[in-house]
Design a protein around this ligand. Sequence first.
Ligand SMILES: *[C@@H]1O[C@H](CO)[C@@H](O)[C@H](O)[C@H]1NC(C)=O
Ligand SMILES: *[C@@H]1O[C@H](CO)[C@@H](O)[C@H](O)[C@H]1NC(C)=O
Length: 617
Amino acid sequence: MGKKKMAIHFSFFLLSIAALLTTALSDLVISKLDRRIDLISQTVRVTSTLKIENAGSDSVSEILLPFPNYQSKDLAYLSSAIIEGKGKTKSSSVILPVEVVNPQGMPPDLTWYSVSLPKRLGKGDTVTLDVLAVFTHSMKPFPEKITLSEHQLVVFQDSGHYLSPYLVKAQSLVIKLPANAKIESFTKLENSKQAGSEIKYGPYENLPSFSYSPIVVHFQNNQPFAVAEELIREIEISHWGNVQVTEYYSLVHGGAKSLGEFSRLEYQARPDIRGASSFKRLTAKLPPRAHSIYYRDEIGNISTSNLWGDSKKTQLEIEPRFPMLGGWKTSFTIEYGVPLQDFLFQSEGKRFLNITFGCPINDLIVDKLIVKVVLPEGSTEISVAVPFPVNQSYETKLSHLDMDGRPVAVLEKTNAVLEHNQYFQVYYKFNSFSLLREPLMLISGFFFLFIACIVYMHADLTISKSSPSYLAKLQWDEAQTVIQQIRDIISQSLTIHDKLEASLRDLSRTGDVQSCKAVRKTSDGVLKEFSKELKPLLAFLHSSSSHASQIFPKVEDLVTKERDLQEKLMLKHTTVVDGYEKKTSGREMENRVAPIQQKLTVLRQEVDDLLDFIDEI
Ligand SMILES: *[C@@H]1O[C@H](CO)[C@@H](O)[C@H](O)[C@H]1NC(C)=O
Ligand SMILES: *[C@@H]1O[C@H](CO)[C@@H](O)[C@H](O)[C@H]1NC(C)=O
């Protein structure tokens, strides 16, 4: 162990502050400072309360907060608020603007932020500020690689003295570590001590400006180091009543890399293997009325996810197909719809979307977050309001029925954390007539009539209910309802398919043939019911003379393909279950199942594509 410690070659940050800097930047003095560093997750949160006093005679309008560059490069979020009142009535109110500045003659290894005060601080006045700084990737795994039987250790470095251009009269620091975390070592300074899972430095009195005293803490942290190297959130507005959110995650376990020969396949065979720092599931907090939620990866829907919720939120617990060990990667997609009226509003002749920006998964660091807002075709005068800096650009998304494509506002943020889960707005103008463009292309003949009908209705409200356009609309509405019903039945069947697949996975884990057969029996019953329900619906489509004829062949195709898929799946199920009962060798079973699986994959893709196509209508 001693050797390991010696090996911490940590490039200590050294302040190259020349003697000339000892003249303070201004006459501000920090009369009291409490700093708290929270290291209990993978994100570092530093909360500082600064009581600042103007000891000079000139009034001051800004407070400077320097950070060493090695910290500022990992700074994800910085906010500052004034605290009003004292004791129990204490509350932080106004969030103050913070910006990067370059004061003259300062050492190059510092990055400076300036907080603007709402009113100038006069001679002898005091103000109390709460500053929150959030850092990502600043706890480094050490050692960098561990075996499955080892705990994950990390190092964190900072200064035991608050780095400030101002004199600090009294200060203290508390570092909070995960409960029961083993502490390998921490830098001892004068007045430093460990108390349970906290390390305390100070109080220190009358430290001059730019005091800096490096400290390193080396401790156990087995929290899930879940990092999205990239997350694309696509938020698509459809004026037909829905906001569709699709989130594409590329996830990595950002902690100590896992040493050893384990492959994912071996892992599946021996699910009991699990390192202390690995994680199995993540929880996403979705909006309260989220519906049609699904979670899939490159193989397909993952049905082991759990969903629950109340009037304030919907929680989705997602469980990747294999537990995540250090350094392992996975990608998956979460998709859900939310009611349009919950997120789309109108103001001053414009519409605006008001929805949260960040990632819905708890304590997930996002290295690169891209939020794309897809507006309806024909939207104009688009503008975006985000409460923190982001990169903005525009692109166009084309789907089969669009003529010019839909405008997309693209917002990019590096280093996103929980604190970026704030509301943002996208404003745009939209002419309601554009709404009719897509259906117009689909069933143009009918819709011309329909529009004519609307115009006619405006002119004369006594339009006859037996007019051809009115009847056509009724028929189309009816056809749409039927298509929707068919679609729902098919997607319910797919859920049953997923259950059957899951039963096979369970079988390979537990060898319990009886419960696998029980699942099959129930599934057979349910699927039979579905096929009964489909019959009259299909018959209706056949007989309908509505103009939506282009879509009918697709719907029929969907039903046929799903039936094929079902057949192949049953064949696979029977083959595997028989194999288990007859104790067929793994290789032999593989040979039998592989060709079926190939067909299954192709069919599933086709069914999904058809479902997507029908959803676009
Ligand atoms: C956006 O929605 C949030 C939550 O409902 C609300 O607090 C906020 O005021 C809204 N913003 C705008 C600009 O309407
Ligand atoms: C996945 O399951 C959901 C909900 O059960 C369903 O709506 C969706 O169509 C399915 N999608 C795929 C790709 O199987």
